[in-house]
Design a protein around this ligand. Structure first.
Ligand code: 0O2
Length: 211
């Protein structure tokens, strides 16, 4: 059984690995050209087998329909400094020839009831296997650092409360989501000044070594 899952998930691992390299490559190109990069950092994961099984049960997805019906077995996450960067990243992805966007879900304009905000793309990404090409569905979540901060905390709390938040906690999370939104709004307003400072910094003494 374990070997079967390993074989099933191998193309997903390959897709996530390749996509991470490609998305980080976008960041690298911007930095090489001393331009503001719309991508701060990228993470990726293949959904663990127990989470796949739990989601399949919840959504009534038969195990032999996972490839077609579970869109986030392969998951990429792109973090941006500013909300404006999210739209730039979406446009860059729309113009790529090596993948196809199947669905877009804008949870920034339409936040979820929980307070969750992010821009989701479901893409079809072809991996080259020794048996030929295989198209893999992947979910790309694009969010600001503030949205990511909120989602990370809420996700860990979800573990603790299994989604059944006490009323007080729900209120706090909603207020925190609103505060994160306000922070993004404020940052957008001073974005131009920040970018100018970053430009000067990258040309000056303290060029960051991190990449
Ligand atoms: P993981 O890997 O633990 O993050 P639905 O799940 O019904 O809301 P759908 O169509 O399956 O909707 O996909 P959706 O909502 O576009 O994307 C689901 C993923 O978005 C989740 O994956 C989370 O990563 C993220 N997400 C969506 N809503 C929330 C939320 O309220 N809080 C947080 N922290 N993340 C959210 P999974 O399946 O939970 O898996």
């Amino acid at each position: 059984m374990e070997k079967e899952w390993e074989l099933f998930l191998a193309p997903y691992e390959q897709a996530v690995g390749e996509m991470k390299v490609k998305l980080r490559g976008i960041r690298k190109q911007f930095r090489e050209q001393n331009k503001h990069t719309p991508i701060e950092f990228v993470t990726g994961r293949v959904k663990p087998v127990d989470s796949i099984l739990t989601k399949a049960t919840l959504r009534n997805i038969p195990i032999d329909r996972l490839e077609e019906e579970m869109q986030d077995i392969a998951g990429l996450r792109i973090m941006c400094q500013f909300v404006e960067d999210i739209h730039q990243v979406v446009n860059i992805i729309r113009n790529r020839k090596d993948l196809q966007i199947i669905q877009e879900r804008d949870y920034i304009t339409n936040k979820k009831a929980s307070g969750y905000r992010s821009y989701h793309l479901v893409i079809e990404y072809p991996v080259q296997l020794i048996t030929g090409e295989k198209k893999i569905l992947a979910e790309v979540q694009i969010r600001t650092l503030a949205m990511n901060f909120w989602a990370t905390i809420e996700h860990s709390l979800n573990y603790k409360y299994q989604g059944e938040f006490p009323e007080e906690m729900k209120d706090r999370l909603e207020r925190a989501a609103e505060a994160a939104y306000q922070l993004d709004e404020e940052m957008s307003l001073i974005r131009e000044e920040i970018q100018e400072a970053q430009h000067l910094f990258s040309h000056g003494r303290g060029r960051s070594k991190r990449n």
